[in-house]
Ligand binder design. Structure first.
Ligand code: NAD
Length: 491
């Protein structure tokens, strides 16, 4: 952990890229036993060094031990384990569905690695947003370069040192660097680029990918709203919301960003939040081991300025300490749409509450802005929940829970539009780094059926083709769309 953070020299980056290309082309990364070995090594790289990672997360982000374990280390181990258990099945080639016309050609989908892939990660979850993605790329048989954030120098240095010790450096490398090094990496052609971070940089990454025709997935952020129904379990809603906002000092891509609540329910909800706040922090929230810190002075200044400039009323917290980059869990009520707290993703432990006169007003507000990464709703009323889910768009839609869904096994994680494109975790991560290569092996005798395709073209051959490709359609609709939909099953 005491190792200095030294950026990877630019000429070294060139060498590493070329070396990985050559090794990938040799086929070394493809055999299943090879992939399994590297995945097990990756798991032990983490498991053997839990204490060191706890220390680097504390150094970089002031992470309390429970958050280091629950939000970064342990879910990364779980992800590697589930990839290990299933990747062989995911990697198996699949037969195309039976078709009378084409099955004789033995059509199959080969699951092939995409090549040398690039993963660019942000600072906020320095392990959960690097290690499981490396696992997906390795499981899919790729060579991988990972570029963790320069804003978490201790964790990035440890990751780079351990990767050299545990993993095959001819196929898996960690690059230490910031903008210059990432810009250099983006000059090359990649099998796939996965970027996680803010939307502004996301546009640069997408443009760089377009220049080299490298496929790009973007995992971005945004302002994730929370709808609070007066028919919610108030105590549970307050607890889960305050936790989701305070964890990692609000530096979570899916952190609940702001609350929409009916005007006449606002104060009751604030009281419940105050109660949870007292329970969570019987001493001070700033007491050792209770709250993460903002990642940098710049991040502290940005969030602190939002707090200073809000016209809302602070009803919880508001305590800050510049020296330790500490901002306490803070709730601000009576926030108006034009308030600075509503102008950008907060990415800090401040929760604005924006009261509305009706749920439709809240929905209209959300729908007039970028599709967020998550929409949250706290309610015990199915109709209320359905109304929110059915009338908004977002990466994910969660009822009565916050921030935990990226770790839920089997669910894809990703945004939509301005909050991102592409999905990962579990099989979705494997699929992202996998090329579905269509393949067939056509027997000679098939020309007895398909011989009509060859010149000279004749009327008889056109008739033969018509017998081969003549899909029968359902009956023609008998009326306008609604009626037609009703009639469809009988047609
Ligand atoms: P960051 O500052 O750590 O940057 C992210 C990565 O981009 C880093 O590796 C950095 O080196 C690189 N980078 C920065 N400037 C660059 C440039 N000009 N050219 C090329 N690369 C550059 O993290 P951040 O962007 O502040 O992360 C916070 C954002 O990430 C928030 O918006 C958050 O919502 C989002 N996020 C999304 C997810 C997700 O899975 N969807 C997860 C975590 C964070």
């Amino acid at each position: 952990m005491t190792d200095q953070f030294v950026f990877t020299p630019l000429d070294e980056i060139e060498k590493i890229y070329n070396e990985l290309k050559v090794t990938f082309a040799s086929g070394k990364s493809r055999p299943i036993p090879y992939r399994r070995y590297q995945l097990i090594q990756l798991a032990y790289m983490l498991k053997d060094n839990i204490k060191l990672f706890e220390d680097t997360l504390a150094a970089d982000l002031g992470r309390p031990q429970l958050e280091a374990r629950m939000l970064d280390i342990d879910p990364s181990l779980v992800e590697i384990k589930s990839t290990l258990s299933s990747f062989e099945k995911w990697a198996k080639q699949e037969s195309a569905p039976f078709s009378i016309n084409f099955s004789a050609m033995r059509p199959v989908i080969r699951k092939e690695p995409k090549g040398v892939v690039l993963i660019i990660s942000p600072f906020n979850y320095p392990l959960f947003l690097t290690i499981p993605l490396m696992a997906s790329a390795i499981a899919a048989g790729n060579a991988v370069i990972i570029k963790p954030s320069e804003n978490t120098p201790a964790t990035t240095t440890l990751l780079a040192n351990l990767a050299e010790k545990y993993l095959d450096t001819s196929l898996i490398r960690v690059i230490k660097g910031g903008v210059t090094e990432t810009t250099k990496l983006l000059e090359y052609t990649w099998g796939h680029i996965l970027y996680t971070g803010g939307g502004k940089i996301g546009k640069l990454i997408a443009a760089a990918g377009a220049k080299t025709l490298s496929p790009v997935s973007l995992e971005l952020g945004g302002k994730s709203p929370v709808f609070i129904d007066s028919k919610c379990d108030l105590k549970m809603a307050a607890k889960r919301l305050l936790w989701g906002k305070a964890a990692n000092a609000g530096q979570t891509c899916v952190a609940p960003d702001y609350v929409i609540v009916q005007q006449d329910f606002q104060d009751k909800f604030v009281e419940a939040l105050q109660q949870s706040y007292r329970e969570f922090y019987p001493d001070k929230a700033s007491a050792p081991g209770q709250m993460s810190r903002l990642v940098s002075q710049q991040a502290f200044n940005r969030v602190n300025n939002l707090l200073k400039n809000t016209n809302g009323t602070i009803v919880i917290g508001g305590d800050t300490d510049e020296g330790t980059k500490y901002i306490g869990p803070t709730v601000v009520k009576d926030v108006k749409p034009e308030d600075c707290l509503m102008s950008e993703e907060i990415f800090g432990p401040i929760l604005p509450i924006m009261p509305v006169n009706s749920i439709d007003e809240g929905l209209a507000y959300v729908n007039a802005h970028d599709h967020p990464l998550s929409v949250y709703v706290f309610s015990q009323d199915s109709a209320y929940k359905a109304n929110i889910f059915d009338n908004t768009q977002s990466g994910s839609a969660m009822a009565n829970e916050t921030i935990i869904h990226p770790a839920v096994y089997g669910l894809p994680f990703g945004g939509t539009g301005p909050s991102g494109s592409g999905y990962h975790t579990g099989k979705y991560g494997f699929d992202m780094f996998t090329h579905l290569r269509s393949s067939l092996d056509s027997p000679g005798w098939l020309d007895m059926l398909l011989g009509f395709r060859y010149p000279p073209y004749t009327t008889a051959k056109i008739k033969a083709m018509g017998r081969f490709m003549n899909p029968s359609l359902p009956a023609r609709p008998k009326g306008p769309p609604e009626e037609h939909l009703l009639l469809w099953p009988e047609a």
